[in-house]
Write a protein that binds this ligand. Structure first.
Ligand code: GDP
Ligand code: IMO
Ligand code: MG
Length: 428
């Protein structure tokens, strides 16, 4: 199986890190294709050690895998170095990490603008991670971004940063009443940082294409999720990139025909961090209980995640816009102990029933979930290793999700560990 895309099917934090780690054992390459250090992917190794990865692909923990920060990713050099040293201090071999020359750099002014914009939006804020992601992608699209390859040409780098700061400083100082940044200082800092990763800069598009010719397996590790996609998500409460499977081609340089499978990572309930509509959100004790049972606190910002019941409208939508071939259903173990479990099967939008994602954002805001009740189970699922080990009601819950989502559930997570997984069908 050459290239396999792993994507979040909801609003992020579905367990992409665990899924990548699990499938990484069968891959030679793991590639991040969008986003940046707004992501927080958790991997728990069989010896119990856990790692939180933000910018570096989760495959870094699998010996022998070459990891790529693809052209679609936005790279904060300071974060890259910090993450590399954190991994190295823990004995992880980071020698197999490459960075696309075409990836864009998150500069200090992107971070400053992200934070100040959010503060000024007040109650209308997106609730971004404050990592400079949106402002960096804005510069990319506006064709004034600074790329990783610019680190190899000091003259060009200086020109670009000076030109960018001429405008950004006006914005920071005159509009937001903040301190401006000194171009020389910014360039010197970033050049100093680049010294430590210069030899990792590569033509990763060429390398990935050669790997495909050799029929090597490439995992494309999405960050964020379908409903945070700038095109397909709950705009404007989204991130500034395309986490959906189409983004995997644009952000890695692999053509669509090179993709063999699209695996959606789907949590057995729903969570969301930051602002925006969330039809099945629970603001009562049931929501609090999902949060504490599921440990739903952000890996990147530490914020409490909003929680709610499983939403099959969203899952069906994710199947459709990503072309999902298989689902990896995570965190089924968290639902043990509930008497009955609601599943949202459709929405009532202003008095009309729909089973599909509403066409307009207003429709999403007005969507009132229509629930079906599934009987719960009391057993602890963490030791289950085959589908038959699951109580009948848990099996029925999975089967209902499978029917409603319109794609098969090929793997089920029953705990954070790599081995705490039930594999029903081979995905790679
Ligand atoms: P990601 O951003 O999609 O990689 O997900 P996060 O790492 O932000 O959040 C997922 C959390 O759930 C992490 O703490 C994982 O260790 C944990 N996790 C993943 N799969 C399972 C599972 O099947 N059961 C349980 N209980 N925890 C899981
Ligand atoms: P992983 O990869 C969950 C959310 C933020 C905010 C919105 C925009 O761990 O699933 P941004 O900083 O990207 O401009 O913020 O997107 N967000 C995430 N939510 N998981 C993530 O990543 C996220 N990355 C961004 O909370 O609502
Ligand atoms: Mg996460």
């Amino acid at each position: 199986m050459p290239a396999i895309v792993l994507i979040g099917a909801q609003w992020g934090d579905e367990g992409k890190g665990k899924a990548t780690d699990l499938l990484g054992e069968q891959a030679q390459w793991v590639v991040r294709y969008q986003g940046g250090n707004n992501a927080g992917h958790t991997v728990v190794l069989p010896d119990g050690q856990d790692f939180a990865l933000h910018l570096i692909p989760s495959g870094i923990l699998t010996p022998g895998v070459t990891n790529v920060i693809g052209n679609g990713v936005v790279v904060d050099p300071a974060v890259l170095l910090e993450e590399l040293s954190g991994l190295e201090e823990r004995g992880v071999d980071t020698s197999r990490l490459l960075i696309s020359a075409d990836a864009h750099l998150i500069m200090p002014y992107h971070v400053a603008i992200d934070r100040v914009t959010e503060r000024y939006l007040g109650k209308k804020q997106i609730g971004t991670t404050g990592r400079g992601i949106g402002p960096c992608y804005q510069d990319k699209v506006a064709r004034v971004g600074v790329r990783v390859q610019d680190l190899l040409d000091e003259k060009i780098l200086r020109q670009k940063v000076e030109a960018a700061l001429e405008y950004k400083n006006q914005l920071l100082v005159k509009v937001y009443n903040r301190r401006g940044l000194d171009a020389e200082e910014v360039v010197d800092t970033v050049l100093g940082q680049a010294e430590r990763f210069r030899d990792r800069i590569a033509d990763t598009k060429l390398l990935l294409s050669q790997a495909l010719e050799r029929r090597e397996t490439i995992l494309l590790e999405g960050s964020q999720g379908t409903l945070l996609d700038v095109d397909h998500g709950t705009y404007p409460f989204v991130t500034s990139s395309n986490p959906t499977s189409g983004g995997a081609c644009a952000g890695s340089g692999i053509g669509p025909a090179g993709i063999n499978a699209v695996i959606g990572i789907l949590k057995a309930y729903t969570t969301r961090v930051g602002a925006g509509p969330f039809p099945t959100e629970l603001t009562d004790e049931a929501g609090e209980s999902l949060r504490s049972q599921g440990g739903e606190f952000g890996v990147t910002t530490g914020r409490s995640r909003r929680t709610g019941w499983f939403d099959a409208v969203l899952a069906r939508y994710a199947t459709r816009v990503n072309g999902i071939t298989d689902y990896f259903l995570t965190k089924l173990d968290v639902l043990s102990g509930l008497e009955s479990i609601p599943i949202c099967v459709g929405y009532d939008v202003d008095g009309e029933r729909t089973d599909e994602m509403p066409m307009t954002q207003t429709g999403v805001h007005h969507a009132v979930p229509i629930y079906e009740e599934m009987p719960g189970w009391t057993e602890d699922l963490s030791g289950a290793r085959t589908f038959k080990d699951l109580p009948a009601n848990a099996q029925a819950y999975v089967q209902r999700i499978e029917e409603l989502s319109k794609a098969r559930v090929s793997a089920i997570g029953v705990g954070p560990g790599r081995e705490q997984t039930i594999v029903r069908h081979s995905m790679a």
